[in-house]
Design a protein around this ligand. Structure first.
Ligand code: SER
Length: 600
């Protein structure tokens, strides 16, 4: 391809353009969010910048530019189509209370159209802007700016909050946005005049950039204006490359070429054959995507290795899922593991941590493959037998205890079993599976890591439940903005970090203590249930939500005092806790307070 724009080109042009406009480059943050227990992975470029968008001064200044590694696994089953990926890069430029709509929009327009930047013909650019609601007005300002740059009103769509209001999660900084689309000039779809950029999903419009005018903050049901107006923009690297290079899918861009070529070569399959067979093409794309994601997670500076919880579980799931697709594609999993070198070659320069951690990446991929290799075929055989006997019995539900055995004995993540079952025309009794899983968890107490428990002693478990009461007490006394930022429990004390803008007063501390003690003295029952994430949110539970595996979360309820997403373990009645005392309240980092408390 002549004049192909590569990922390195796009990254460096982007950074240079914004540096020339006074932006300081900040390095990509870790894939594992720091101080944010509500998500497993960094899911957008703005994620690591949340504290600064909320007002904390950034050491590098008020204008920033970056490229950020991100992981989103919510749509993992869509991977294999033209655009979905579990790992992606987001380019971003940021104004922390500095410039606003005028500069943001004209600079975006300039970067897209200038001959020394992306040189996109202006007539291919379409945009959407916010249509307005009870919180923020119709964004005529953004529309006027676009028009002054030569984008006619006919290419500007005013859309509702569903499309043009951006927030990273249920709480936090948010605001109206303007989204930028490139017309791929694919043949018009059947909607005719209704085929609008931002609304129609026929494939004609590729959204490549999103400029969020972040002037609001949501806490619970309240939305307030931030003291300053911020700008958060995010350009999706892979889809921008795909559209600029006029290729059909992100997998045909230079970023993936080395991996795709290697996987084709090692499988002995030709490109033509694979492209002609949708099943093979999908497998190739899944193998390519999952390999890159696994390499980035393993290579992250905050090291993650495959395990049965949290980020480690997502990693395990990606690797094991890929190993199965290897079979489908006719590739040995060992070759797939070795192809990780192509990812390192493509990304080592932009993300040097991958090179520092190369050994770990190789080693862990190999170990995980060996662990699973032993059980994959035995588990699959068990499943085949089950399918046969279910069919003979005229039943199409795989019992929960079989799914659990596959998890427990053969290491099949439940989502993986579900996929296999679906292919076999069978569904899985998920409730049964969950019941078995919970039962097992209670026995093995395997979930310590997420809860901040260093051990599973009775003392630590008492502290753990006390932590939930403390969290509830802080929200009650200081306000609903309080969220857990960290927790560390030993047999001798608890330590709890939470966001709050100032030191607590003596009275506030006494009030929180009294709140916790009252809950203990009332001898409240502690119960838990597993709920789909959506339901848990609606029930008002607080805590870790996004990207939880299986979309199911365990909610612990303490009487009428606390409802929190948590992996346990906990005492079964608050009277087991004893006497609660706050020993210290101090600053932990900017905007974050730390409490140390003991129980007697
Ligand atoms: N936060 C916005 C997004 O992820 C823009 O960066 O699209």
């Amino acid at each position: 391809m002549i004049n192909e724009l590569t990922a390195d080109d796009l990254r460096s042009r982007y950074v240079k353009y914004f540096q020339e406009r006074g932006h300081a480059i900040v390095p990509s943050a870790s894939l594992i969010p720091e101080n944010d227990p509500s998500v497993l992975f960094t899911t957008a470029g703005m994620h690591p910048l949340i504290p600064y968008l909320l007002g904390r001064p950034h050491p590098a200044g008020k204008r920033l530019v970056d490229y950020q590694k991100c992981v989103r696994t919510g749509d993992i089953e869509e991977v294999g189509d033209l655009t979905h990926l579990t790992f992606f890069e987001m380019l971003g430029n940021w104004s922390l209370g500095d410039y606003f709509k005028q500069e943001s929009i004209s600079w975006s327009h300039g970067f897209l159209t200038r001959p020394d930047c992306l040189a996109i013909p202006a007539e291919r650019i379409y945009v959407s802007v916010f249509a307005g609601n009870e919180i923020a007005p119709r964004d005529n300002e953004a529309s006027d700016i676009w028009q002054s740059l030569g984008i006619p009103l006919s290419r500007i769509n005013f859309l509702s909050a569903e499309h043009n209001w951006w927030a990273v999660g249920p709480e936090g900084p948010c605001g109206p946005d303007t989204e930028i689309f490139i017309d791929t000039s694919r043949k018009p779809c059947s909607r005719g005049n209704e085929c609008l950029a931002g609304l129609c999903r026929c494939g004609r419009w590729f959204e490549i950039w999103n400029n969020v005018f972040m002037s609001y903050n949501r806490k619970g049901n309240d939305i307030t204006r931030l003291k300053v107006n911020n700008v958060d923009t995010g350009m999706g690297m892979e889809r921008t490359l795909a559209v600029l290079n006029s290729v059909e899918s992100v997998y045909e861009t230079s970023t993936f070429r080395g991996t795709v070529d290697r996987l084709l070569r090692d499988s002995g399959r030709s490109r033509e054959e694979v492209y002609a067979k949708p099943g093979l093409n999908r497998a190739l794309r899944v193998l390519t995507d999952h390999l890159r994601a696994a390499v980035f997670i393993l290579g992250d500076e905050r090291s993650v290795t495959p395990s049965n919880h949290g980020q480690g579980y997502v990693l395990r799931r990606l690797i094991r899922r890929a190993i199965r697709f290897c079979e489908q594609f006719g590739l040995s999993a060992e070759r797939w593991v070795e192809a990780s070198d192509t990812v390192l070659a493509a990304y080592g320069e932009a993300y040097p941590e991958l090179l520092t951690n190369t050994e770990r990446i190789h080693e862990e991929l190999r170990l995980e493959f060996q662990r699973f290799q032993k059980t994959l075929s035995r588990g699959t055989a068990l499943l085949e037998e089950q399918f046969a006997s279910l069919r003979a019995a005229g039943c199409n539900i795989l019992p929960g205890d079989v799914a659990f055995r596959l998890f427990d004995t053969y290491g099949f993540p439940i989502e993986f079993t579900q996929e296999l079952a679906q292919e076999g025309g069978v569904s899985v009794d998920l409730d049964g599976y969950r019941a078995r899983f919970e039962n097992h968890r209670e026995k093995s107490r395997s979930a310590a890591a997420k809860s901040g428990l260093a051990d599973e002693s009775q003392e630590s478990i008492r502290y753990h439940t006390a932590t939930h009461l403390l969290h509830a007490g802080l929200r009650k006394v200081l306000g609903e903005h309080v969220q857990q930022k960290g927790s560390n429990i030993t047999r001798d004390r608890l330590r709890f970090d939470f966001n709050h803008p100032r030191p607590m007063t003596r009275d506030e501390i006494a009030e929180v203590e009294a709140f916790v003690q009252a809950a203990i003295d009332r001898a409240l029952p502690v119960t838990h249930e597993m709920l789909p994430c959506e339901k848990a949110k609606m029930s008002g539970a607080i805590g870790l939500f996004e990207d939880r595996y299986g979309n199911d979360v365990t909610v612990y309820t303490i009487g009428d005092v606390s409802k929190e997403v948590c992996a346990g373990p906990h005492v079964s009645n608050t009277r087991e806790i004893g006497k609660f005392e706050i020993e210290k309240e101090q600053s932990s980092s900017s905007g974050v307070r730390r409490i140390r408390a003991i129980i007697r």
